[in-house]
Design a binder for this molecule. Structure first.
Ligand SMILES: C[S@@+](CC[C@H](N)C(=O)[O-])C[C@H]1O[C@@H](n2cnc3c(N)ncnc32)[C@H](O)[C@@H]1O
Length: 210
C-alpha cells in the first residue's frame, strides 16, 4: 500500500517545481461547468476541492482519500463542513452524485483496478453521467521528440513515487481505452504541454429505465 506521509507536506512544492501551475490548471479546467454534487476519488492534498469551494461554496463535495497524510493536508485546505465530506474509503451508502472526478489518480491504478473502479462508480452517478479525468497522456503528444520526453518524464515520475511513497504501479493505464470500452464518450478536452497534460470530460447515457 502506498504511503504518502513523507511526500504529502511537500507535494505542492514538487509539483510546482516541475509543472508550475499546469496541473492546477488541469484540475480546474472545467470549474465553471461543474454540476452540484461531486464524488472525488483520490483528492490528495485538497487543491481541487479548495478551488471548487472558493468559486462555488454551494457545491457538495465527497472527497475520498485513503492516505492519512494526504487527507490531513487536504483537510487544511478544505475543512469538513456541511458541504465537504472526507472519506478514507469508497462511499458505502448508495448516494447519487452528478459527476466523478479523477484528478491524477487513474495513473495510480493497474488497468484491471481502474476498470473495477470505473465499474463501481458508474452506478453512483446521476442520469447525466459525467466523469472528469485530469491526467498525463504522453501518447497524445504528436511531435516525436517531445513524445519521447513526455514518456521519459512519466518514467521519472513513477520512479519518484515508488521511492518517496512506495507506489507500486509503474506505468500509465490505458485510461481512455478503458472508458471507451465501458461506454463512455469524451466530449471535450483541455490540453496543455502539447497534449501531455489533459483534462477530459466524459459522458455516458444512462440506460433507459423501464
Ligand atoms: C498522485 S496523487 C494525486 C492527488 C490529487 N488528486 C491531485 O490532483 O494532486 C494520487 C492520490 O490518489 C490516492 N489514491 C490512490 N488510489 C486510490 C483509490 N483507489 N481510491 C482513492 N484514492 C486513491 C492516493 O492516496 C493519492 O493521494
Amino acid at each position: 500500500m502506498a504511503d504518502y506521509s513523507r511526500l504529502a507536506p511537500l507535494y505542492l512544492c514538487f509539483e510546482r517545481l516541475i509543472y508550475r501551475q499546469a496541473l492546477q490548471r488541469c484540475r480546474t479546467a472545467f470549474l465553471t461547468e461543474l454540476p452540484a454534487s461531486l464524488l472525488v476519488i483520490g483528492e490528495g492534498d485538497g487543491r481541487f476541492s479548495e478551488a471548487v469551494r472558493k468559486a462555488y461554496p454551494k457545491t457538495k463535495l465527497t472527497l475520498v482519500e485513503p492516505d492519512a497524510a494526504m487527507r490531513e493536508e487536504g483537510m487544511k485546505r478544505s475543512p469538513e463542513s456541511e458541504k465537504v465530506r472526507w472519506l478514507s474509503e469508497f462511499p458505502k451508502e448508495p448516494h447519487i452524485y452528478d459527476a466523478l472526478i479523477l484528478n491524477f489518480v487513474a495513473d495510480c491504478h493497474e488497468p484491471e483496478e481502474l476498470k473495477k473502479l470505473l465499474q463501481r462508480t458508474s452506478p453512483l452517478l446521476s442520469h447525466q453521467k459525467i466523469v472528469i479525468v485530469g491526467d498525463f497522456f504522453p501518447e497524445e503528444v504528436s511531435n516525436a521528440p517531445l513524445r519521447f520526453m513526455a514518456r521519459a518524464l512519466v518514467k521519472v515520475m513513477y520512479l519518484f513515487f515508488r521511492l518517496s511513497a512506495a507506489v507500486r504501479v509503474q506505468q500509465l493505464p490505458p485510461t481512455q481505452a478503458l472508458l471507451k470500452e465501458l461506454g463512455w464518450t469524451c466530449s471535450r478536452t483541455h490540453s496543455q504541454w502539447r497534449g501531455f497534460i489533459q483534462a477530459q470530460w466524459w459522458e455516458k447515457k444512462a440506460p433507459a429505465t423501464q
